[in-house]
Design a protein around this ligand. Structure first.
Ligand SMILES: [Zn+2]
Length: 265
């Protein structure tokens, strides 16, 4: 998965977490690692942080925020490919995306007539995606040529469907220990925490939304360590496959939309 991390880092260096306007719609965006967020859906929750009895010495750099994203209508993610995406890659994207269906009811399909859809691009600037849907908007997801691994593509689709990173959950410090001495200060924002929809289930080391033990390391040393009581997960985490926990979270997020699709209401 090294290629993935390198591609990711390239993207971060190119854009950092600065606002950008090139995603094809009018909302104002902030990019944090490989997640592109709508600024008006992001709330920095200082009060939440304090009420959580937070220990500042163990905190990553940056803020603790709440991000509200929307599920896709009828639990269908309609996809349109930019003309630069090769046909083999289009086929792979839909095949790998289809694997989100089992246990969730979420469909990743080529767009037919849906007004809201996801546009997939092939620019050589990393792997990243807008998080969640937004009524009345086209959303974007980019996969550079180096990003085309099944798990990486499914990870980015996870973002597009509304998931954020498992290792950025507000309760993550009960499960992992970060060693930020091995992360350049400019990259520490990648370990900020977000309250999101992921938390409807127990912390999941095996989540496809969880980074590996050397994520963002500049020296090859470990950055994400397992707390001793969870030692059985040592070496088992890091964007490997869609987990049962991922499916349970996704099923909860999309339960209402699946019902709407099936009942036509
Ligand atoms: Zn990600």
């Amino acid at each position: 998965m090294k290629v993935f991390v390198l591609a990711l880092l390239f993207g971060v260096m190119a854009l950092g977490c600065s606002p950008q306007h090139d995603l094809g719609d009018t909302a104002f965006h902030i990019r944090i690692d490989d997640m592109v967020l709508d600024q008006d859906a992001l709330v920095v929750e200082e009060s939440l942080r304090q009420s959580n009895g937070d220990d500042l010495s163990t905190r990553a750099a940056g803020s603790f925020s709440v991000y509200s994203s929307q599920p896709w209508k009828n639990a269908v993610l309609p996809v349109v490919f930019d003309k630069a995406v090769p046909s083999l890659r289009r086929k792979q994207f839909l095949e790998w995306g289809e694997k989100w269906f089992q246990g969730t009811g979420v469909k990743v399909v080529a767009r037919s007539r849906e007004s809201d859809y996801l546009r997939v691009t092939y620019k050589n600037d990393g792997c990243y995606a807008q998080v969640g849907a937004r009524r009345g908007q086209r959303r974007s997801l980019n996969l550079a040529p180096a990003c085309w691994y099944e798990a990486t593509v499914q990870h980015e689709i996870g973002h597009a469907l509304g998931l954020m990173h498992e290792h950025q959950r507000p309760d993550r410090d009960n499960y992992i220990v970060l060693d930020l001495a091995n992360v350049k200060p400019d990259n520490r924002f990648a370990f900020d925490r977000f309250a999101t929809m992921n938390e409807s289930e127990a912390y999941d080391f095996l989540s496809i939304m969880h980074y590996d033990e050397t994520a963002f390391s500049f020296n090859g040393k470990r950055t994400i360590l397992v707390r001793p009581q969870h030692a059985k997960y040592e070496g088992r985490y890091g964007i490997k496959a869609i987990s049962d926990g991922d499916r349970r979270v996704m099923a909860k997020i999309y339960a209402q939309e699946v019902l709407s699709r099936e009942t036509g209401r």
